[in-house]
Ligand binder design. Sequence first.
Ligand code: FO1
Length: 332
Amino acid sequence: MNAQSNSLSVVVLAGGVGAARFLRGLAMVNEPKSTTVLVNTGDDTVMHGLNISPDIDTVIYTLAQAIDAQRGWGLTNESWRAMESLHRYAKVRPPGSTAASEWFNLGDQDLATHFYRTARRSEGADAWQITREIAAAWSIEQQIVPMTNQDVSTVVELAEDCIAGNAGQRISFQEYFVKYKHDIAVRSVDFAGIENAKPNALAQLASADVVVIAPSNPIVSIGPIRALDGVDSTLEKIRDRVVAISPIVGGHAIKGPADRMLKELGHESSALGVARMYSSIASTLIIDNVDATLKPAIEALGMRCVVTNTIMADPQISAELARTTLASLKGK
Ligand code: FO1
């Protein structure tokens, strides 16, 4: 923490990799204890009977500096002995069985996190409490909060007959993202269980000095959080304290399927397309230098637009982006 560090109460709406990189930078410019991260749990899945929360774990492992930077998920210095040992059983499992699945890789050390989360759930602990314990085990000072304690599952509807199935068929997010490498066209996305899910930390969100929508996928990372009852209406009320960072640079996502998903779902895959999705809930949008020409069109939507380097190639750039993001509202 350097001298200029703030202790603003900041709430960050976060998905996985892009958000995690931003949070590392934010930790260098704002008191970590004053930062609450509301994390998407629509990617959660059950694999081998284990409850897995990919975005929560990516955020925690990144802040703990234990993430495997090249993969963007899971732990560094990982081994895969358990996965390798499954192969024997994959050969004998009956057709239709998902036992000994080999397409979703769980590292040997990463398994400990899933063992712990699953065991605590079976004892009746809620997702927020379990996340507090896992974050504490990694000495994370930020408050890491699952967007809801209820189970919500992002489901993807296939746009055409493809390797994953027939047009109109619905598959889980992880099958879409990992098994089929998000290389299939999407007709629609919905969040099963969202209608009965209550948002966590809505009070913290409503009273935050600054709310940041991290550079995550607007559809499947930020979308589930917004879809929770009361979140969008809260953001609309505090719009002048909400700043978003575009995850689309030069029409493309830095990582993952956000660009093609936006197009397939009828949005423009550009910083302007992102602005249109956020203009009702955020007063300011941070875009990358390469998209500077879009600034007037974004401001025509009634948003302030800040142009800067948003490619977080190293922690220093992440810190600079975090500083710019917090400062972007001071000018209000
Ligand atoms: N992503 C992959 O591309 N391949 C995997 O085998 C994989 C395994 C995995 C295990 C645990 C975990 O927390 C994340 C994992 N991910 C994997 C990433 C995950 O699919 C994504 O992080 C999110 O769901 C999208 O943000």
